[in-house]
Design a protein around this ligand. Structure first.
Ligand SMILES: Cc1cc2nc3c(=O)[nH]c(=O)nc-3n(C[C@H](O)[C@H](O)[C@H](O)COP(=O)(O)OP(=O)(O)OC[C@H]3O[C@@H](n4cnc5c(N)ncnc54)[C@H](O)[C@@H]3O)c2cc1C
Length: 484
């Protein structure tokens, strides 16, 4: 084995993650004299803000998840490696990633970790089975299967109570994702599926948006929260605030009223979880090896003002994994953090970076927005002097549309992608149709099939015949109920 002396080889940067943070870092280093390896466990860059449109049949998964390798085709100093990062060794400066049956060890001089976050069930991970979150394409496709499957299951039962249960949709968490999902389910029922069933009327469904907090869209302030709430209520969405979820099972969801302390149960088939996030466990791995950096309750790394970790000035944590005061877990936080880290690395090549005297990372708040329904959104833009420009309705929706199209197309600069996405949106916004309503058995049964596979791998002596899947009630079945 030949070892290249550091003096003659190029500076090696490893980036973990191909989300907003990872991709922005790779692009920011495009012209630097460095050798970049971007390692991610998916082959795509996922535009998470539009996942709910995949879940509700507006967009196809390909439209929001272009291939990372193709996006970075012209970034010649960057190599893309598919793999799940299983170890980061800060002392020996290596990252280990696993793919199929192979571990790859990649050495680094600088490291940017942007592995994001996943849904958090606040210690009740068993809820995940019944109330999937929305973080990945698999989640979105599974939800599409569950939502459409629930209407199908309601059509075939003659038991009125069971039919009502199957037609009740509960979305947990009234943040932007919850608001968007609830609004879209109501629209599917009211517009897309109207008149398509013979035994049920899709408009009779109940869509419930609930949250333990006392407001809708709390980070966007009272005014916009109320605007969104009223719009949803006009669409028939029930809002239940001060409602904490205490249990989730196959048949429904249990709620504790935060004011009275009373518990109640909502029988429902489809539950969607958009209530919390938990940062990648790689954060803890880094903190444990650092000189005193800690993680917060959500697993985010409490980084230094320059986004590095204590004792390792060229190990940066960016995006949803970082805890920086007043920086929200949003795409802009990840993009700006990644660019900042890339700048420090580039400056170090010319000897212009002094880790003991760096300008701290400064977040530029460009505002936030959320769509409520077709032609309706809410938007908040910060103004000088701490004031905010807040607006809602059609203008806000137009702003949302323009911005999302821009950011969706920007990474790929693809005319085809822009056209197909615009077409899909046009069909949905102008008519009542949605072009992506197909569901396959893989979407519907995928999670349970994977659980079955995992349990067979762990405990081969399980008394279940091969090919059988345990259904949501715990009984073996050839196929589980699609709307568990
Ligand atoms: C449904 C939804 C809607 C949203 N809407 C908005 C919005 O409207 N506006 C907004 O600004 N923000 C929105 N966000 C938040 C925004 O998407 C995130 O803040 C942003 O994606 C964070 O970027 P990131 O790079 O830190 O992480 P991510 O984009 O999550 O990327 C993480 C990357 O790390 C990879 N990875 C994770 N673990 C490993 C591992 N062990 N090994 C290898 N690779 C790994 C993943 O595959 C992925 O490529 C939304 C998020 C969701 C889920």
């Amino acid at each position: 084995m030949t070892i290249e002396p550091a003096a003659i080889r190029r500076h090696r940067v490893v980036i973990i993650g191909s989300g907003f943070g990872g991709l922005s870092a790779a692009k920011a280093l495009k012209k630097a004299d460095v050798e970049v390896t971007l390692i991610a466990k998916t082959t795509h860059h996922l535009f998470q803000p539009l996942l709910y449109q995949v879940a509700t049949g507006v967009l196809s998964e390909g439209e929001i998840a272009p291939a990372t390798r193709i996006i970075l085709e012209k970034t010649k100093n960057c190599k893309v490696l598919l793999g799940n990062v299983t170890n980061i060794d800060l002392k020996n400066k290596t990252v280990t990633s696993h793919l199929v049956d192979w571990d790859t060890v990649t050495p680094f001089d600088s490291l940017i970790v942007a592995a994001g976050a996943s849904s958090s069930y606040f210690g009740r991970d068993e809820f995940a089975r019944f109330a999937p979150g929305m973080k990945t394409i698999d989640d979105a496709l599974e939800l599409r299967g569950r939502i459409l499957g629930a209407f199908e299951a309601a059509e075939v039962t003659t038991d009125l109570e069971e039919r009502a249960r199957r037609m009740t949709f509960v979305v947990v968490g009234a943040g932007p994702t919850g608001v968007e999902v609830a609004g879209q389910i109501a629209e599917i029922a009211d517009r897309t599926l109207k008149n398509t069933f013979r035994n049920i009327d899709s408009r009779d469904c109940r869509v419930i948006l609930l949250d333990a907090a006392n407001a809708v869209l709390p980070p966007m302030g009272e005014n916009l929260g109320l605007k969104a709430q009223r719009r949803l209520q006009n669409m028939g969405v029930e809002i239940q605030l001060g409602a904490m979820v205490t249990n989730v099972d196959y048949n429904g969801i249990e709620i504790k009223d935060m004011k009275t302390g009373e518990t109640r149960r909502i029988p429902c088939a489809v539950k969607v979880w958009s209530a919390g996030v938990s940062a990648s466990p790689l954060g803890k791995m880094l903190a444990d090896q650092s000189d005193g950096t800690v993680i917060d309750r959500a697993g985010r790394v409490v980084v230094e003002p320059d986004l590095s970790i204590k004792g390792y000035p060229y190990v940066f944590v960016v995006g949803d994994m970082m805890n920086v005061p007043n920086v929200p877990g949003m795409a802009q936080g990840a993009i700006q953090g990644a660019k900042y880290a890339a700048k420090r690395i580039t400056a170090s090549l010319d000897g212009k970076d002094d880790p003991t005297n760096r300008k701290p990372f400064k977040y530029w708040d460009k505002g936030s927005m959320a769509t409520v329904s077709r032609f309706s959104a809410v938007c908040s833009v910060p103004l000088p002097g701490g004031r905010k420009l807040e607006f809602g309705g059609f203008i806000a929706w137009l702003a949302w549309l323009g911005l999302h199209l821009f950011y969706l197309v920007m990474p790929t600069k693809s005319f085809v992608q822009a056209t197909t996405t615009t077409m899909s949106w046009f069909i949905t916004f102008i008519g009542s149709g949605r072009g992506q309503l197909a569901i396959t058995e893989r979407f519907v049964y995928g999670r349970l099939a994977m659980e079955q596979l995992a349990s067979v791998e762990k405990a081969p002596e399980l008394p279940m015949a091969s090919g059988q899947i345990q259904n949501a009630n715990g009984a073996p079945a050839n196929k589980p109920d699609p709307v568990s």
